[in-house]
Design a protein around this ligand. Structure first.
Ligand SMILES: [Zn+2]
Ligand SMILES: [Zn+2]
Length: 334
């Protein structure tokens, strides 16, 4: 009897070890039949017709422009003005990315279907800034800088977080640009700084396969951008701290994604956090129902989940990575 129990125990242990071994990003991606969500760039007219026929989210009714989202778009349990302000302010840190180069080194789940190697096709995706503590002014060394060859300054570094499948390596990083603040502007909150500002990526600081993460090092020619982002980050902390604990407790499994579907203007989509799965290197895959489309890869996904011990609700977002066509969920990594 004792031997039987022991044998059964070992079998369970062996099963667990085998499944833990297989839980890499690549294995999850294969199991989920994952579809990454970058968008090939089109001419405007062609893009509009693509959007009208969008098979994933016909009519795009679940994407709310940042300036239009209101309390009624939030689930009743967290219909709190500060939660709304938090999402709006987080959208200010969210950025549209354009990558002008595709590396020949891509392999496995990082291969992009239908995209040619080199400069042949550009792809659109999303990222978000996680801020510089220290801002520097430095000489511009960008090759073919649109501001010309005369000596001038850039400011940085702004760190932008996105997916490894969006920016695979250094050769893609230096061919990537970001656009801040292209959201629709309505009302007082967004009228003060209603201008788009471009940043140029100058390097890849960090890249990790097992959670599909890439951290880009970026600079800007705009002398105000870093300071404004820094101020907005500190406002974000204030708003976060002012949200009553009861709201978090009520907002169980709330989820929000901020992205540029098809490279269009920034939108917020609201959904539910479904479950979390841990990978072999302790990265967390978060399955969610927020609407995403091609172009949403790299989007910040803010969530609450009471099963995850010690995690501050919604403070550090997961990063949207792929769509799972079998169950219809989307998957973000942290
Ligand atoms: Zn769509
Ligand atoms: Zn320059």
């Amino acid at each position: 009897m004792e031997r039987k129990r022991l044998r059964t125990g070992l079998n369970i242990f062996e099963k667990c070890a085998a499944s833990a071994e297989s839980l890499t990003y690549e294995a999850l991606f294969a199991k989920d039949l994952g579809m990454t969500e970058t968008q090939r760039s089109f001419e405007k007219d062609e893009l509009l017709s693509k959007i009208k026929q969008c098979p994933k989210n016909p009519g795009h009714t679940d994407f709310f422009p940042v300036g239009c989202i209101g309390l009624l778009n939030l689930p009743a349990v967290c219909r709190d003005k500060q939660v709304l302000n938090y999402l709006r302010l987080f959208s200010r840190l969210t950025v549209k990315l354009t990558c002008l180069f595709t590396s020949s080194m891509r392999q496995g789940p990082y291969k992009l279907l239908g995209q040619k190697i080199g400069h042949a096709s550009r792809r659109l995706a999303t990222g978000f800034a996680w801020l510089p503590n220290h801002i520097e002014q430095m000489p511009c060394t960008i090759t073919n800088c649109p501001y010309g060859e005369h000596p001038h300054s850039v400011y940085g570094f702004i760190r932008i977080l996105t997916n490894k499948h969006v920016v695979y390596d250094e050769s893609e990083a230096v061919a990537t640009q970001g656009l801040f603040w292209d959201e629709e502007v309505r009302g007082v909150t967004y009228s003060a700084a209603s201008r788009c500002i471009q940043v140029q990526c100058v390097g890849l600081d960090f890249s990790q396969g097992d959670n599909d993460a890439a951290h880009l090092r970026c600079v800007t020619h705009d002398s105000y951008l870093c300071e404004e982002l820094k101020q907005e980050m500190s406002q974000l902390r204030e708003i976060y701290n002012s949200i009553p604990i009861g709201v978090w407790q009520g907002a169980e499994n709330f989820c929000a994604a901020i992205s540029h579907p098809h490279g269009m203007r920034k939108t917020i989509s609201i959904g539910r956090h479904i479950r979390m799965v841990e990978t072999i290197s302790n990265a967390h895959a978060h399955y969610h129902t927020c609407a995403t489309c091609p172009g949403s890869s790299g989007a910040p996904v803010l969530y609450t989940n009471t099963d995850i011990k010690g995690a501050l609700p919604m403070w550090v977002p997961a990063i949207h990575s792929y769509h799972c066509p079998t169950d219809g969920y989307n998957c973000a990594f942290k």
